[in-house]
Design a protein. Structure first.
Length: 24
C-alpha cells in the first residue's frame, strides 16, 4: 500500500507541476 501511495503521490505531483506552471 505504501508503494502504491508513493506512486500516486509521484503521479499527482508530476501532474500538478505542469498545471501549476500553466496557472502561473
Amino acid at each position: 500500500h505504501s508503494k502504491w501511495q508513493a506512486f500516486k503521490l509521484a503521479a499527482l505531483s508530476g501532474f500538478a507541476e505542469p498545471l501549476g506552471v500553466i496557472l502561473v
